[in-house]
Ligand binder design. Structure first.
Ligand SMILES: C[S@@+](CC[C@H](N)C(=O)[O-])C[C@H]1O[C@@H](n2cnc3c(N)ncnc32)[C@H](O)[C@@H]1O
Length: 341
């Protein structure tokens, strides 16, 4: 299983730099010369680029083409739950043929391909990471969708597009990477036509998060370091930012709060994994992947540093499961807002 991952790591990228990339990344997160929150926020472009250079193959291997969570009905598969979560945004935005939408932080294109197919709208994926754009273009061509989706390699805080150029703007677990919410929501607002709709799945600390509890603080730090995040904001910071930039809020709701029959969003990381791909995401599967990589690294079949990247991701995965169980964090604070006009 991990052989496939090690081949991807070798074939698709300049892998000579995994070890040094990880060192720079950890230095920027930690307390070194470049480290600390202020420095990380200032250098957010580089911080994000290195992180996604390091982890993209791992994400794609374990998660597929869509890098996000979803609430899941017990009767649906993991993949079906991701698709439903993506279509929910498209429906709320009222996307239809003839409309143009921007996907802020489009990853390797899984959600935007689904949304383009489902709604008939044309989608422009914006992403700062060149390697992800390369993967996204390849996937779109393979899916025969190259005429329905476009890609822009750009910082989503400073998009090279005129004011009011999109009918709709959305983001899926991506605006959490921005250095502050006012800047990223402000850019979404600028890009929208008057009357246009914005929908987003945002990362938040819930009101159960206690900033004086060392366990909560450690979990937050593990998710940030392992997840390429500058800092996770609380819900009120997010709500205030929407107001500050001038959006009319249609609805906000934490979709992590579901009825008891629903499968929790963090279950794919915690569960034992039934299918082959489910096994890869689960903790026993990640253990097998990590130790296979370690072996392959030792005999130079996998690039040096691969195991350390797996360890960094493991920190995040464990933090997410703990945060989910404690209810102190949500990766799916749903925002639906409208630009007046
Ligand atoms: C967790 S991934 C989610 C990807 C995608 N939305 C999905 O659900 O599959 C976060 C994405 O945000 C992108 N991103 C982070 N900061 C960015 C920035 N400043 N400008 C553009 N894209 C950014 C990353 O490169 C990555 O693709």
């Amino acid at each position: 299983m991990a052989v496939k991952l090690s081949k991807t790591l070798k074939e698709d990228r300049n892998v000579s730099g995994i070890d040094s990339g990880l060192e720079e990344y950890e230095g920027r997160y930690g307390s070194g010369k470049l480290g600390g929150l202020g420095a990380r926020q200032k250098g957010y472009r580089r911080f994000t680029e290195i992180y996604y250079d390091l982890v993209t193959d791992f994400y794609e291997y374990g998660w597929g083409k869509s890098f996000h969570f979803a609430p899941r009905d017990p009767r649906e598969s993991f993949k079906e739950s991701l698709v439903r979560h993506e279509r929910f945004l498209a429906t709320r935005l009222g996307l239809e043929p003839g409309m143009l939408a921007a996907d802020l932080g489009c990853g390797i294109g899984g959600p935007m391909m689904e949304i383009a197919r489902f709604s008939g709208a044309k989608i422009v994926g914006i992403n700062i990471n060149g390697y992800q754009i390369e993967r996204a273009r390849r996937h779109a061509a393979e899916a025969g969708l190259s005429d329905r989706v476009e890609f822009l390699e750009s910082d989503f805080l400073d998009v090279d597009a005129p004011d009011e150029s999109f009918d709709a703007v959305y983001g899926i677990e991506a605006t959490c990477c921005a250095p502050d919410k006012v800047s990223i929501y402000g850019e979404a607002f600028r890009l929208l036509k008057p009357g246009g709709h914005f929908a987003n799945y945002e990362y938040i600390l819930t009101d159960r998060f206690d900033a004086s509890d060392p366990q909560h603080l450690q979990i937050k730090a593990d998710i940030e370091l392992g997840g390429g995040l500058l800092e996770i904001d609380d819900q009120s910071t997010v709500d205030e930012a929407l107001d500050t930039v001038g959006f009319e809020v249609v609805e906000t709701r934490d979709l992590a709060i579901q009825d008891e029959s629903s499968v929790p969003w963090y279950e794919p990381l915690a569960g034992s994994g039934i299918s082959l791909t489910g096994f890869r995401r689960s903790w026993p599967g990640r253990w097998v992947t990590r130790n296979s990589l370690k072996l392959m690294e030792a005999v130079r079949l996998a690039p040096a540093g691969s195991t350390r990247v797996a360890d960094t991701l493991e920190l995040c995965a464990n933090g997410l499961v703990d945060a989910g169980r404690l209810g102190i964090f949500s990766p799916m604070y749903f925002i639906h807002a409208r630009k007046p006009g």
